[in-house]
Design a protein around this ligand. Sequence first.
Ligand SMILES: Nc1ncnc2c1ncn2[C@@H]1O[C@H](COP(=O)(O)OP(=O)(O)O)[C@@H](O)[C@H]1O
Ligand SMILES: [Mg+2]
Length: 225
Amino acid sequence: MAAVIIEMQNVRREYSVGDTKIYALRDVSFQIKQGEFVSIMGPSGSGKSTCMNMIGCLDKPSSGTVKIDGKETALMNENELAVLRNKTVGFVFQQYFLLPSMSVLENVMLPLRYAGIPRAQRMQTATEALKKVGLENRMNHRPHELSGGQKQRVAIARATVTCPKIILADEPTGALDSETGRSVMHMFREINETGTTVVIVTHDPGIGKSADRCIKILDGLIQND
Ligand SMILES: Nc1ncnc2c1ncn2[C@@H]1O[C@H](COP(=O)(O)OP(=O)(O)O)[C@@H](O)[C@H]1O
Ligand SMILES: [Mg+2]
C-alpha cells in the first residue's frame, strides 16, 4: 500500500474583507497517496485554489492540519517550507508565470539554481526536461515567442526539473483550446506513470474525469457522492 503523501484534516481558511467573513474552506479533509493521479474539481469560487495553495504551502490554514510527505506544515520553519516548495512540490498554473526576460532554457534552469545545482549540470538537466516535453528546438526562444500550449509545456518542464514527488497544477488547461488541453493532460499522465503524485485543480468536468480519482469541492466543502 502506497504511503499517504498529502493529508488535509479539518482544514478551514477564512478571509476577512471589511466586516464580512469569507469562508473559502469550511472543513476540508482528504488524503492522497503517493503515486496517485487526482483531480480537485468544483465551480469557480468553490475553494480549489485555496486548497492547492495549502497543499503547496503557499498559504496556511486558519485551523486544521496539513501534512505533506509525512510532515505537519505548521511545525515547519520558513527555511524548511522553502525547501519543501522547491524540492517536494512542482507548481503549474493557468497563467504559466514564465519569466519574460529569460530564455526558455533559463526559465527551466531556475529551480535548479535555487536548489544549488552547479551551472553545467543545470543546463544539462534542464535540456533533458525540455526534450521530454518536445521543446528542445525552442530552448533559446523567449516565452512570448511561444504558443500557449508550448508555454505550458515549458512550465511543466520547469515544475518537473527537480524531480519533485508531487506536481500541483491549478487550471493548467484553462487558457488552452481543448485539443492542446488534452495533450497537456497526456503529459501529466506520463509524469504520473514515472511514480510522481499529480494533483490537477479544474472547474472542467472533462478534465476532472481524466484523472484516476476526482475530489469534488463546493462552497469550501468536499462533496461525497
Ligand atoms: N485573498 C482573498 N481575500 C478574500 N477572499 C478570497 C481571497 N482568496 C480567495 N477568496 C475567496 O475564497 C473563495 C474561494 O476562492 P478560490 O479558492 O480562489 O476558488 P476557486 O479556485 O475554486 O475559484 C471565493 O469566494 C473567493 O472569492
Ligand atoms: Mg482558482
